[in-house]
Design a protein around this ligand. Structure first.
Ligand code: SD4
Length: 331
């Protein structure tokens, strides 16, 4: 990071927190160092994610603990799930669309409001990293389909077959009875959305998924849509979603939750209100699942979900949020 940029970013912190050691830790090559002289913001770094992806938050925590940025933490954290072929809803091994093609959606957002996304990306195992490249190396926010894939190759990503034998066999079975109709929220869950705050108090977020299983070809859910599946405003906090993307898009769910926090709600209250807004639009349909997690600038977190039949629970109680408060918060 250029020194000027570092100083500019520092100015967003409370004045009293910009200490001499903070600047001293940035040497001429702008390499940050760890150690007791490091910046003291009073912020405890933390990473949280949807569902029970402990390996993902463990990885994110490793990055944060070494003094890394929240952006690196969320990218590297969700990559763990993208690489896990046993997770059939994210990355390689994800369930295909109804034509048998694995198409991936992902987005990422940093502390400065920069963001990048890929939609319906095929043959690339780490869509989150392509999304980051879109954010950092292009003037655009979203790249879709063939264009996104071409961009990924230009950036050095390898072509990979993402359809595993297991996912192919299941899809073949599904085709026998499905009449090619995707069934919302039955085959699919476990998108990973992750939020992290680093030692500088900066928040970033990432969200990545193979989307709804056996979806119509070309279908895109909320996960790569900034404001729907993920939103971060580093002045306030961040939120991310999992569940039936169509419902989250309709209410611009993650943006809504951040705005509710801006109005003074805690992350927990904001998540609950976000879920209630969706319910209010679904008087006759209770057969789906939606969950939000959120984090504010103090590092406070919240989570809430509805299950089919509209049973409500704090998301973490449902086992659907990996808030590693015991093992991964720096004390
Ligand atoms: C989507 N929101 O594509 C994703 C799916 C998901 O848990 O989150 N499943 O709609």
């Amino acid at each position: 990071m250029k020194r000027r940029k570092f100083l500019k970013n520092s100015s967003t912190l409370t004045a009293g927190l910009i200490s001499a050691p903070m600047l001293a830790t940035c040497n001429e090559n702008n390499t940050k160092t760890n150690g007791p002289d490091e910046i003291s913001t009073g912020i405890k770094p933390i990473a949280i994610c949807t569902w029970n992806f402990h390996n993902a938050t463990a990885k994110a925590w490793e990055v944060l603990d070494q003094g890394g940025s929240s952006l690196d933490a969320v990218e590297q954290g969700v990559m763990i799930e993208e690489a896990d072929v046993n997770n059939q809803t994210v990355g390689k091994g994800g369930r295909p669309d109804r034509n048998g093609d694995v198409t991936l959606d992902a987005c990422i957002m940093d502390k400065d409001g920069n963001c990048g996304a890929v939609l319906c990306l095929q043959n690339i195992a780490h869509p989150i990293s392509v999304a980051r490249k879109v954010m950092e190396d292009t003037p655009h926010v979203m790249l879709a389909g063939k264009g996104a894939e071409q961009f990924a190759y230009e950036k050095g990503f390898e072509k990979e077959d993402l359809l595993t034998k297991k996912s192919m066999q299941e899809w073949t079975e599904w085709k026998k009875t499905s009449q090619y109709k995707p069934i919302i929220n039955i085959e699919n869950h476990d998108t990973i959305g992750m939020l992290a705050i680093d030692k500088n108090g900066d928040i970033s977020g990432a969200c990545t998924t193979s989307g709804m299983a056996y979806k119509y070809a070309g279908r895109v859910g909320d996960s790569p849509i900034i404001g729907a599946g993920l939103f971060v405003d580093n002045e306030i906090g961040g939120a991310t979603a999992t569940g039936v993307g169509e419902e989250v898009v309709r209410t611009v769910g993650s943006f809504l939750i951040v705005e509710l926090m801006r109005q003074g709600k805690s992350p927990q209250e904001a998540c609950e209100e976000g879920v209630k807004r969706i319910i209010a639009k679904n008087k006759d349909n209770t057969d789906f699942q939606i969950g939000f997690i959120a984090m504010n600038k103090k590092g406070e977190t919240g989570s809430y979900c509805i299950q089919p039949g509209f049973t409500f629970r704090k998301y973490s109680e449902a086992g659907h949020v990996n808030n590693p408060s015991d093992s991964f918060i720096k004390t």
